[in-house]
Design a protein around this ligand. Sequence first.
Ligand code: 5GP
Ligand code: ZN
Length: 113
Amino acid sequence: MECIFCRIAEKKLPSKILFEDERSIAFEDINPQAPVHVLVIPKKHISTVLELKKEDRELIGQLFLVANIVAKEKGIAERGFRLVLNCNREAGQTVFHIHLHLLGGRPMQWPPG
Ligand code: 5GP
Ligand code: ZN
């Protein structure tokens, strides 16, 4: 299957991995939009939020727990950070394997662009 994030999860494509467990992996974004920009993904291929099934509930919760761990490790937990999950074209999703963006290390604007 030609999915870059599946390939990253399988370690067939190199990435800077910050956290890994059986079901998920967190790695540095290749084109960071903030001093801290980490992607947290399930190892299971799920293309968009629209594809989520009931049995994925725990897996999705796990992504938030991983973001919590990485935010603390990166030292941005107290200052604050943003978690973003884009779905489909208008939101700007470009990789169709769900991923939680963990962004921090600078003030964030609201509303987002
Ligand atoms: P999206 O726009 O789909 O929400 O986010 C995709 C993200 O994946 C982008 O921030 C982009 O920089 C990142 N990305 C795309 N290809 C690669 C890659 O090969 N390695 C890593 N580490 N990040 C990637
Ligand atoms: Zn995939």
